[in-house]
Design a protein around this ligand. Structure first.
Ligand code: 7RM
Length: 655
């Protein structure tokens, strides 16, 4: 392990001289700005805030509060509007510029929307929302596929000061329901159906099912995507196109406080139900605009494409708010990388002359497996820069992305960040940072990472520990919606005075960061963030289940997969049928992304004397690392170990 690490570390790629010359930030400037951002954060961020964002009322102070008190605020006294910043202010110079290039699931479907057109659609829709009673501060749930209307809906909410809560279209009706209820949404914006790889997704049907338990949702706005027949509630449902037709094209943006909420986005944690991460307006917008410009070295004429779904933070920050705040042309793709063929991404790159391409390791791994021909038969000459996000990218996959996709011409930015952080915190800057395959390299301006041990003390170079961030930055979340105590308990309790990321990492002798992934009970399946406890709760809802524990196992394509241990109730006979039923149960109650890869029956779960499930042991067994099970002396039922190992052998088709 150690020698391997040294080998990987010695491998790096210098910044190409062409890039170093034309990029915004070279190495010397990075050093200079980074130092200033740490020494004088108020000056640094104050200047950036004025440079990147138009303020209706200037802010009086740059920041207040601290991690100790979990009460950070940015650009205090400033008033602004996110939709104004993403649209209105661009009209004069960029009205005719394309804001969104939409590429349908079907390669023959494309739409281009200019800034002027987007501004009008958003204004009309915003007026429509007002007509249906939505006001500043109201929560609006958006459950849409990857179509331009998702951007229109988000920006229309922002325009009137309503708080959007986008729910990923792959989540089930139950997941949708709990999210609607948690933030008490008044309205849902959805579509009749979504389409991915030619298959339909019943979004309206899921919404109807969810709303059976949500009495406060009075209106549902429905985008007609496929036109297939759907159930219709006469007094509740409204067609999107009718709202647009009926909406006045003039809508004054509501100027709100910098610290007022922009959106809520649910994300999974170690324990309990998903948390409603609340992001505010000023700090978030400054941070996503600035990181978008410098990390992707975005220039005015660039065509920029991030393949994420808007249902996740990457879509919020780097499909919608960051690019649009910078008046960029942002590509939005409805489909999947393998449809109609494994060349689809690269065909889209060629079709729209994409310059900056940002995707997830899971997609890169899946495409790499299919061989180079799907890539090499396309041109990709337009590409200048590649990005990756969502999970660690292993060096072999990085190399393939770099050599085969980018033909050795394009720097790769391996961007580490989280829903909570709002924007990218650790990443190379393409004109400034030497690249190391597998390392997210260096912190962005204003970011002070540290690696600490169990007791919160900083630890040595090349030793793994917990990744924390020492000082606040403008993009950081404000709170967990409706549960500020949970915000404090989750992020600021274990190590005092810093933000606890939940990730493990080490720093090498050159100061570069290597992030190994979560060190809590969060799983990243194909880059989708899931909590083990939600999956366990879902399994426990089945009448045959008495106990369940879920752990992550490594997976070649998905990065991690879900391995579930289940004990059935005394009178229930475990069977293959029941396994399928349990998988279906999780699929229906959370969504297809949460389906366990494998279920293993067990008489009992290994528990410590205080009654805690020994997950470490379950993880080892699931991963077939049975030679060294570690310290099991605290187990109250050590006899289960043998059974766990025996049953594990029956699942040998799982690597
Ligand atoms: C943007 C996003 C956050 C978790 C985070 C990490 C993992 C994300 C990288 C990464 C290694 C990366 N938000 N993660 N990016 N790990 N290298 N470049 O993914 O809230 O959904 O997930 O994702 O574990 O804590 S998220």
């Amino acid at each position: 392990m150690h020698t391997e690490r040294v080998n990987i570390m010695s491998k790096h790629y210098e910044v190409p001289s062409t890039f170093a010359k034309k990029a915004y930030i070279n190495e010397a400037l990075y050093q200079k700005w980074y130092q200033q951002s740490i020494d004088e954060p108020e000056t640094f961020w104050g200047e950036r805030a004025k440079e990147f964002i138009s303020w209706h009322t200037p802010f009086e102070a740059v920041k207040s509060g601290s991690f100790e008190k979990a009460d950070m605020r940015w650009f205090i006294g400033g008033k602004l509007n996110a939709s104004f910043n993403c649209l209105d202010r661009h009209l004069k110079d960029n009205g005719k510029k394309v804001a969104i290039i939409w590429e349908g699931d079907d390669p023959n479907e494309t739409r281009k929307i200019t800034y002027k057109e987007l501004h009008e659609l958003v204004s009309r829709f915003a007026n429509g929302l007002k007509n249906y009673g939505i006001q500043k501060g109201d929560r609006v749930c958006i459950y849409l596929p990857m179509i331009p209307e998702v951007a229109i809906a988000m920006l229309a909410c922002a325009r009137i000061g309503a708080i959007h809560s986008v729910v990923f279209g792959g989540f089930s009706s139950d997941s949708l329901k709990t999210r609607i209820l948690d933030s008490d949404c008044k309205m849902v914006i959805t579509a009749d159906e979504g389409i991915r790889a030619g298959k339909k997704i019943a979004l309206k049907e899921n919404t109807d099912a969810a709303l059976k338990g949500c009495p406060n949702v009075k209106k549902v706005i429905v985008v007609k995507r496929t036109g297939n027949p759907i159930h219709w509630e006469k007094n509740r449902d409204i067609w999107y196109h009718e709202v647009i037709e009926g909406g006045d094209p003039q809508c004054e943006p509501e100027m709100i406080d910098s610290d007022d909420p922009l959106f809520i986005l649910y994300t999974s944690g170690s324990t309990g139900r998903p948390k409603g991460v609340l992001h505010t307006t000023g700090g978030y917008l400054v941070y996503v605009a600035m990181t978008h410009k410098y990390i992707f070295d975005y220039h005015e004429e660039d065509i920029y494409w991030c393949t994420a779904d808007v249902g996740w933070i990457t879509g919020h920050s780097y499909i919608i708010y960051g690019p649009l705040a910078n008046a960029a042309t942002t590509v939005m793709f409805e489909g999947v990388p393998h449809y109609p063929s494994f060349s689809r991404y690269w065909e889209i790159v060629d079709k729209h002359k994409v310059n900056i391409f940002y995707t997830a390791p899971t997609a890169i791994r899946a495409l790499r497996r299919e061989g180079d021909l799907f890539v090499s038969k396309t041109s990709r000459k337009s590409l200048k820069l590649l990005g990756t996000v969502g999970e660690p990218i292993n060096p072999e996959v990085w190399e393939w992305y770099y050599q085969v996709v980018g033909e050795g011409r394009c720097p790769i930015v391996d961007t580490w960040w989280q829903t909570e952080t709002g924007g990218i915190l650790i990443s190379p800057l393409p004109g400034a940072t030497a690249l190391k395959p597998g390392s997210a390299t260096l912190p962005f301006f204003g970011i002070e990472p540290e690696i600490v041990d169990e007791t919160g003390k900083p630890i040595k170079t090349n030793t793994s520990g917990k990744l924390v961030i020492k000082k606040p930055w403008p993009g950081f979340m404000k709170t967990i919606y409706g549960d500020h105590q949970r915000f404090i308990d989750t992020y600021f309790k274990e190590v005092k005075g810093v933000y606890l990321t939940g990730d493990g990492a080490h720093r090498d002798e050159e100061g570069d960061y290597w992030i190994s992934g979560r060190n809590d009970d969060v799983i990243k399946v194909s880059g989708h963030r899931l909590g083990t406890e939600e999956i366990e709760s879902s399994l426990l809802e089945h009448p045959a289940v008495s106990e369940a524990a879920v752990v992550a196992i490594p997976h070649e394509i998905k990065g991690e997969a879900i391995y579930a241990y289940v004990s059935t109730k005394a009178e229930i006979e475990p069977s293959e049928n029941l396994k399928q039923e349990l998988k279906r149960q999780v699929r229906n109650s959370i969504g297809p992304i949460a389906t366990p890869e494998e279920i293993q029956w067990t008489e009992a779960l290994p528990k410590t004397r205080s009654g805690k499930i020994m997950r470490r042991l379950l993880r080892k067994v699931a991963r077939n690392e049975i030679e060294d099970l570690g310290d099991v002396s605290t187990l109250s039922n050590p006899f289960v170990i043998e059974e766990l190992i025996r049953e594990r052998k029956k699942n040998q088709d799982i690597p």
